[in-house]
Design a protein around this ligand. Structure first.
Ligand code: ADP
Ligand code: MG
Length: 719
């Protein structure tokens, strides 16, 4: 039996896994997390107070306190079944990494003891020489250190105490996502607080919030295992579209199959125990596609929770004989997966700075932050594009299923009107009447309009949705930290400039509110090109965007180049988010990653064609030929058209596959990563596409019983 039928046979016996019902979510929420509350229970009063202070101020934990916290953590963890601990971190590969150590240590006298010290909590030296560093670490000093991030609580997963950590080189350079994210949060806090204090003296802290929406596909694990391309690349490199795909749109918000439902329930329970406040679930547009989203949290925690969730999902899915696909484009012809990032700014006084209020004063505060976001995105639109770039996401952006690679901001009709009024302020001093009109009737009347979801534009990559901005073009497998670092940083820079511009107006003798309004009015004029309310998928928009001078960076290598532009380097260096060396290494790591991914895809495709497709088509060709010959011998007229077409397609496929092999060899001989990327985007990808069309067409010509690869209809509709 061919492997496809063996796999399909296995799926026949599947039934939903039984999940113990949970009465109240609150019973399990944070069950496996060493929360501040548990910290309080397990620590002495003095140390707990010190820990809270350190955490709130973003300071580092000293050795003595670390020792006490380690002891408390260990006691709690062992009481709750943990036998090992690990420093859990987020290297640039996008996945999470961990190195497990047992609590158990042998003492010199041969006795064993459960040991976990402050040193082990605060700093670890994983043997991490194989994590990408883009040349920052020489392998002979293969040292990356991990150090606990007190802003993110430790948790137990399985029997392991996981300690969220940053990952830095021996010389202190960031090798991960968390370090720059924390730095970006710090500068955002610094300038954000100063601006927020213009409206409320009591504000002491400003932080970004993130609510992500994670899309994913589920495929049966037996079917998954039968597809070398899924295993090796996370996506299908071949496959004819099924007769039924998403054209009926019956999947969206449709009913969820029982097996999937059991998985979702299980996933929710595990996520809640790990402290991830997951909430919504529904089907997505494509068959086999789903979504999970939590309540938003402080950005650092939200990023940790998303990366943790991606890991948990994969493990839980296996219990249910599913495999989770987080790739941005697992199936050609069918919508891929993204991860909307809802982003806003909050104060320690509990105010959402991007939420319109009910008084003119509150709305001036709202408008200040709102317009500054627009200006920041306008000035650094390319950086936003760069921060969502990946090989997988290249398939989505601009493919009319996700917002385009062109970054623009959607704000809705009402706010467009408000900005118009502000922009058209007349020069010089306003009369008292004009001022009243502006404050009461324009600024004062901004209602909380969007929360009912009526004013939406799904084609926009960066949309205001009532009390937050939603970045819609993030890839499903991405680490959210990447766009969040950029967004926090450009916002910090913009708020810094705002403070300076405000002071200039004050120096001219303007009163506070008037000075703010003047500066905002100026910003609106300067960032008009980024505002777009129309259809982001349309061809006219591409032309218009080009006229407006907006970038349209279609490939990852083109987008990544932005990280080398002087103004981007200056932005990060000036605000201390990346050093020049860190940024350069990041560029290098990301480009190399892109090249490696595509090289693997190219090789897997060419192997599949050589070992799976060509032999099967040849086999079928022989059968057809023999059949025609027999018929001819019997004097029966036969149709030779099928054989002719199949034969010529087969010859073409063999030729194109040989060409791909040659290109891949050429690629391997190139040392320079940029030249490599160039060859990939200009020649290898188009060649792979050509081959795919031929092979998918042959899938329709060959006897179904011979076809070796599980077909799209089977992958997408077997549950
Ligand atoms: P939709 O699918 O229509 O975009 P959802 O309700 O699925 O809407 O998602 C909204 C997301 O926005 C949720 O993840 C939610 O937590 C998040 N969100 C709501 N308010 C904020 C906020 N102030 N900051 C960040 N995220 C937020
Ligand atoms: Mg959304």
């Amino acid at each position: 039996m061919n492997i496809r039928f063996m796999a399909l046979r296995e799926t026949f016996d599947r039934s939903p896994v039984k999940i113990e019902p949970v009465k109240k979510r609150s019973e399990i929420f944070e069950k496996n997390v060493f929360t501040d509350e548990k910290m309080r229970q397990y620590l002495d009063k003095e140390s707990y107070r010190e820990f809270k202070r350190v955490k709130e101020k973003g300071l580092t934990v000293d050795r003595e306190l670390a020792g006490k916290i380690a002891a408390a953590m260990k006691t709690w963890a062992i009481e709750n079944g943990a036998t090992h601990y690990t420093h859990w971190f987020q290297p640039l590969t996008g996945a999470t990494a961990e190195k497990h150590d047992s609590f158990l240590e042998k003492l010199p006298d041969g006795e064993s003891l459960e040991v976990f010290t402050g040193n082990q909590l605060a700093q670890q030296e994983p043997d991490a020489s194989s994590f990408p560093s883009g040349g920052l670490r020489n392998t002979f000093e293969a040292r990356g250190y991990t150090a606990w991030d007190p802003g993110s609580p430790a948790f137990i997963y399985g029997t392991t105490l996981c300690i969220p950590t940053i990952f830095i080189s021996y010389t202190g350079e960031a090798l991960d996502f968390k370090t720059p994210l924390l730095r970006s949060s710090q500068v955002l806090d610094y300038y954000g607080t100063q601006v927020a204090q213009m409206f409320n003296r009591n504000v002491e802290k400003v932080y970004a919030t993130l609510g992500w929406e994670q899309e994913y596909f589920l495929v049966d694990s037996a079917l998954y295992k039968s597809r070398p391309d899924l295993i090796m690349t996370g996506r299908t490199l071949l496959g004819h579209p099924p007769a039924k795909n998403q054209q009926m749109e019956d999947h969206y918000f449709g009913s969820i199959p029982e097996r999937v439902m059991a998985f979702m329930r299980d996933l929710e329970i595990e996520a809640l125990k790990a402290g991830i406040p997951v909430k919504t679930r529904h089907n997505e547009v494509a068959p086999g596609q789903y979504e999970i989203a939590p309540v938003f949290e402080e950005v650092n925690l939200a990023v940790d929770h998303n990366t943790l969730l991606m890991d948990i999902m994969k493990k839980i899915a296996r219990r249910h004989h599913f495999e989770v696909l987080l790739h941005e484009k697992p199936f050609e012809y069918i919508n891929g997966s993204g991860k909307h990032n809802n982003w806003s700014l909050m104060t320690d006084t509990g105010i959402n700075l991007l939420s319109p209020g009910d008084t003119p004063k509150r709305n001036l505060r709202f408008l200040t932050f709102f317009v500054n976001v627009i200006k920041a995105v306008n000035d650094y639109e390319k950086l936003i594009r760069a921060s969502i770039a990946s090989a997988g996401n290249d398939h989505r952006l601009g493919a009319n299923e996700a917002p385009p690679a062109i970054i623009s901001v959607f704000i809705g009709k009402y706010l467009t009107g408000v900005l118009q009024e502000l922009k058209n302020l007349k020069k010089g001093k306003l009369t008292p009447d004009e001022k009243t009109e502006l404050k009461i009737n324009v600024i004062g009347k901004i209602p909380q309009i969007f929360l009912d979801n009526t004013d939406r534009n799904r084609t926009s990559p960066f949309a205001f949705t009532g009390n937050k901005f939603e970045i819609r073009s993030v890839g499903a497998s991405a680490n959210c930290a990447s766009p969040m670092i950029s967004l926090n940083t450009i916002m910090a820079m913009q708020l810094k400039r705002f403070l300076e511009d405000f002071e200039k107006q004050i120096a001219k003798g303007l009163k506070k509110d008037d000075a703010i309004i003047r500066v905002l009015s100026q910003y609106i004029k300067e960032s008009e090109r980024i505002l777009f309310e129309g259809n982001g998928y349309s061809e006219e928009w591409k032309r218009e965007a080009a006229e407006r001078g907006l970038s349209n960076l279609k490939t990852t290598p083109a987008a990544l180049k932005v990280l080398q532009e002087p103004e981007v380097v200056k932005l990060f260096v000036d605000l201390g988010v990346y050093s020049e060396a860190e940024l350069a290494s990041r560029y290098h790591v990301l480009l190399e990653q892109y090249n490696k991914k595509l090289e693997i895809e190219g090789r897997v495709l060419s192997d599949l064609i050589s070992n799976h497709i060509i032999p099967v088509v040849t086999n079928y060709q022989t059968r057809l030929a023999e059949n025609i010959k027999h018929l001819k011998d019997l004097g029966i007229r036969s149709d030779t058209e099928n054989l002719k077409k199949l034969s010529s397609d087969l010859t073409e496929l063999i030729g194109e596959n040989n060409r791909l092999k040659k290109l891949l060899r050429l690629m391997q001989s190139i040392e320079n990563e940029e030249e490599k990327a160039d060859l990939i985007t200009k020649r290898i990808i188009p060649q792979m596409e050509k081959i795919r069309v031929l092979a998918d067409d042959l899938e329709m010509q060959v006897d179904d019983e011979l076809w070796p690869l599980v077909k799209y209809r089977e992958l997408l509709f077997t549950r």
